[in-house]
Design a protein around this ligand. Structure first.
Ligand code: KIV
Length: 280
């Protein structure tokens, strides 16, 4: 048995930090799983890093099911959380339960994530009561980019900080098994983490959270349209890929690839057949 939602709660109780990363495909899922991440988020950030949209708003349920199921097939140990895309849960509790169910039934994810606090508490409760673990997401919630007037730190003044803490308590009470805090002032995120019994997973929210998450393509240096301040590059994989691709182009152009070892010489065509074809 790999990581479960019970493991998440136990890790918080034992003071062990939870390491999460995003993932959108089978090959990288296998590498992440082997590397020991506790949980993988099939984030709707796939809209930007995989599909090239400027934000997450155009991501569909079909996108999440296709990419989610690929990630699930690549993970044998990590918990796989799949994001509920924009407008898959906002309109009604019914939509929320049906669409969360699709992410579990069709993609075979282990949990779902949705954005918002008190406003979506009834969705979190209904999905949890249907037996589907829910991760909440507070602070900078990218699906509300237009309402928030851009991507910026949330919870700065007293009123906003109080609202954020109240939302965190509300989602916990509604049944969420953990909560992502994105772009939240670090001391506020630490305080929220102390007040909750469920783990907080920070992104741009400082070291006081119970775990951390980053977009894999950001920390690998593969997605460079926009690099948030909170990203640390743990590898220059993008540069490595560019170098490998240009070596390939060069090898093809100069005829150094493929070599004889890359062809099926033993199964080569018979001399006589080739001679006859040559005549035609
Ligand atoms: O979609 C996503 O990748 C996310 C993380 C950044 C938390 O929601």
């Amino acid at each position: 048995m790999g990581t479960t939602v019970a493991t998440f709660l136990q890790m918080k109780r034992e003071g062990k930090k939870i390491a999460m990363l995003t993932c959108y495909d089978y090959s990288i899922a296998k590498i992440l799983d082997e590397a020991g991440v506790d949980a993988v988020l099939v984030g709707d950030s796939l809209g930007c890093v995989v599909l090239g949209y400027p934000d997450t708003l155009s991501v569909t349920m079909e996108d999440m099911i296709r990419h989610g199921s690929a990630v699930v097939r690549g993970c044998s140990r990590a918990l796989v959380v799949i994001d509920m895309p924009f407008m898959s849960y906002q309109a009604s509790v019914y939509d929320a339960v049906v669409n969360a169910g699709r992410l579990i039934k069709e993609a075979r994810g282990h949990a779902v994530k949705l954005e918002g606090g008190a406003a979506v508490a009834d969705r979190i409760r209904a999905i949890s009561e249907a037996g589907i673990p829910v991760q909440a997401h507070l602070g900078m919630t990218p699906q509300s980019v237009n309402a928030l007037s851009g991507f910026k730190v949330q919870g700065k003044g007293e009123e906003a900080a109080r609202r954020l803490l109240a939302d965190a308590r509300t989602v916990e009470e509604a049944g969420a098994f953990s909560v992502v805090l994105e772009c939240v002032p670090p001391r506020l995120a630490a305080l929220i983490s102390r007040k909750l019994t469920i783990p907080t997973i920070g992104i741009g929210a400082g070291e006081g959270c119970d775990g951390q998450i980053l977009v894999a393509q950001d920390m690998l240096g593969m997605y460079r349209d926009f690099t948030p301040r909170f990203v640390r590059r743990f590898g220059e994989v993008g540069a490595g890929m560019r170098e490998a691709f240009s070596s390939y182009v060069n090898a093809v152009r100069t005829g150094t690839f493929p070599g004889p070892e890359h062809a099926f010489a033993k199964a080569d065509c018979d001399e006589e057949i080739l001679a006859r074809l040559e005549q035609e």
